[in-house]
Design a protein around this ligand. Structure first.
Ligand code: NAD
Length: 496
């Protein structure tokens, strides 16, 4: 049985208590993939102390040199991508093509942020005064506490670690309890790429035992959290008393709008992969589809045919199209929402059951599920389910579709399928989401654009792109006076 350790101050070490927990395969629950440290506050303290000690010298390494290490990590990730993708499918469940995509996101982010090492532009601007020079530059924030979810086990850690490092911060990462291996693989690559000791630290374990002490630690100056809105609220509350910087990426209830002039083949395909890709366990999952009433029957027929035909199973099997839920808990949540949908009077047109025959009994599988004729006020159309359950909602026109689309507390991603450029532009302007797609599904991000959401999906920050630099650095404005005059005299002169 492989035994894995925390990475603290450049050493791989067990939890101070020696305690461990099992990392299991959600497709074959009997399979234990490895033992990971069940860490606690003492481990967090050691990791944060190491990161604090390493901060000064790391922040003085020129940004292009810091970026070279990140570039080397990208090269190593390329070489080990297939191995990491297979390990990710085993610990998280999503199918191999998706875990390859997850590892590729980490590669893309590493290359992109390596480039940012030479592009940490500030501003130089004319001063108000003669013989004075004015400019701004980025500064590191300090030790960053990075807390990540299980659905993108390598991509999301990379989205935080890489910009944090390039900006001159040091970091302690606490990955999701269910997917420690992928984050560990990323940290190991960074070690191999030459990150100095203490600059990156990894501590595995539970949210309350590791995440909370990390947020509360006074040496942690920035918390970057991706996860549920519920835990995000807690992070914000914990950070408020000391005004600790906090960057929150949280839940979604994303929508695809299908207009009467849409190419239905594209719209159905987008709804299938947006709704059931990653078993619906994406923050950007298209869990609502709002369809114009004139194409509603045809869309529903085609959509449910495709959903019924999806091959559910172990993500390592090449023919599988949808893997398991991450855990029994998540599966139970999905079952509970199916019950809620039925009780609310939504029409179940396909799926609705846990899969438990034969091989399915060994894991946490659920059928792709579609509810039709959903009232947008129903809980299944309002709350994040995080499973393969899609609500299809009829609408009369573009205005009502946009109103339904915006009628949730979340604001991550939205999409429209239409051939009408005016409708596309109107929806682009009026959908209150951080990400918007035309004739493409709600999923799929590119690392050089900002990623994040409005309303209760985020708190105004963005991940990825140049926006990430704003999260992981602070501005300093600098004025250099080369007039040689007393300040008072100079101001009087300039005023004349
Ligand atoms: P979660 O909120 O349960 O956990 C996220 C992380 O926080 C985990 O590492 C967890 O151990 C830790 N945590 C839990 N309780 C904590 C506490 N009290 N203090 C500190 N840390 C704590 O979320 P999850 O189930 O891992 O992930 C699913 C959620 O993540 C969904 O809501 C999804 O929409 C969201 N998500 C959002 C984005 C985005 O970019 N907006 C991306 C991926 C996932």
């Amino acid at each position: 049985m492989p035994v894995f350790h925390n990475f603290i101050d450049g050493e791989w070490v067990p939890a101070a208590s020696g305690a461990t927990y099992e990392n299991r395969n959600p497709a074959l629950h009997q399979q234990v993939l490895g033992l990971f440290p069940r860490s606690g506050p003492e481990d967090v303290d050691r990791a944060v102390d190491a990161a604090a000690r390493a901060l000064k010298s790391w922040s003085l390494v020129p940004a292009p040199r810091r970026a070279e290490i990140v570039f080397r990590a990208a090269e190593m990730l390329v070489r080990r991508k297939e191995e990491f993708a297979r390990q990710m499918t085993q610990e998280m469940g999503k199918i191999l093509t998706e875990t390859r995509g997850d590892a590729q996101e980490a590669i893309d982010m590493s290359y992109y942020m390596a480039g940012e090492g030479r592009r940490q532009f500030g501003q130089t601007v004319p001063s108000e005064l003669r013989n004075k020079f004015a400019m701004s530059m980025r500064m590191p924030v300090g030790v960053c506490g990075l807390i990540t979810p299980w659905n993108f086990p390598m991509a999301i850690p990379s989205w935080k670690i890489m910009p944090a490092l390039v900006c001159g911060n040091t970091a302690v990462i606490k990955p999701a309890t269910d997917t420690p291996h992928s984050a560990l693989n990323l940290v190991k690559v960074l070690e191999d790429a030459g990150v100095p000791r203490g600059v990156v630290n990894l501590v595995t374990g539970a949210g309350t035992a590791v995440g909370l002490p990390l947020i509360r630690h006074k040496e942690v100056k920035l918390v970057s959290f991706t996860g549920s809105t519920e835990v995000g609220h807690e992070v914000a509350r914990e950070c408020a008393p000391s005004f600790k910087h906090h960057h929150l990426e949280m839940g979604g209830k994303n929508v695809i709008i299908v207009m009467d002039d849409a190419r239905l083949d594209l719209a159905v395909d987008g709804a299938v992969w947006g709704g059931f890709g990653t078993s619906g366990q994406r923050c950007t999952a298209a869990s609502r589809v709002v369809v114009h009433k004139t194409v509603y029957p045809e869309f529903l027929e085609k959509f449910s045919c495709r959903a019924k035909a999806l091959r559910v199973g172990n993500g390592l099997v090449p023919s599988t199209e949808m893997g398991p839920m991450i855990s029994d808990n998540q599966l139970r949540t999905v079952e509970e929402y199916v019950r809620i949908g039925r009780d609310e009077g939504a029409r179940l047109v396909c799926g609705g059951r846990r899969l438990s025959d034969g091989e399915y009994a060994k894991g946490f599988f659920h059928e792709p599920t579609i509810f039709a004729d959903v009232d947008p006020r129903m809980r299944i159309a309002q709350e994040e389910i995080f499973g393969p359950v899609v609500s299809v909602i009829p609408c009369d026109d573009l205005e009502s579709a946009i109103e339904i689309g915006n009628g949730v507390v979340y604001g991550l991603s939205s999409a429209i399928y239409t051939q009408n450029i005016n409708a596309a532009f109107q929806a682009m302007r009026d959908m209150n989401t951080g990400i918007f797609y035309v004739n493409a599904s709600t999923i799929g991000a590119e690392v050089h654009l900002p990623f994040g959401g409005t309303k209760q999906t985020g708190n105004g920050h963005r991940e990825a792109g140049q926006a990430a630099l704003d999260t992981f650095s602070e501005w300093k404005s600098i004025y250099i006076d080369y007039s040689g005059k007393l300040q008072r005299a100079q101001i009087d002169t300039e005023a004349m």
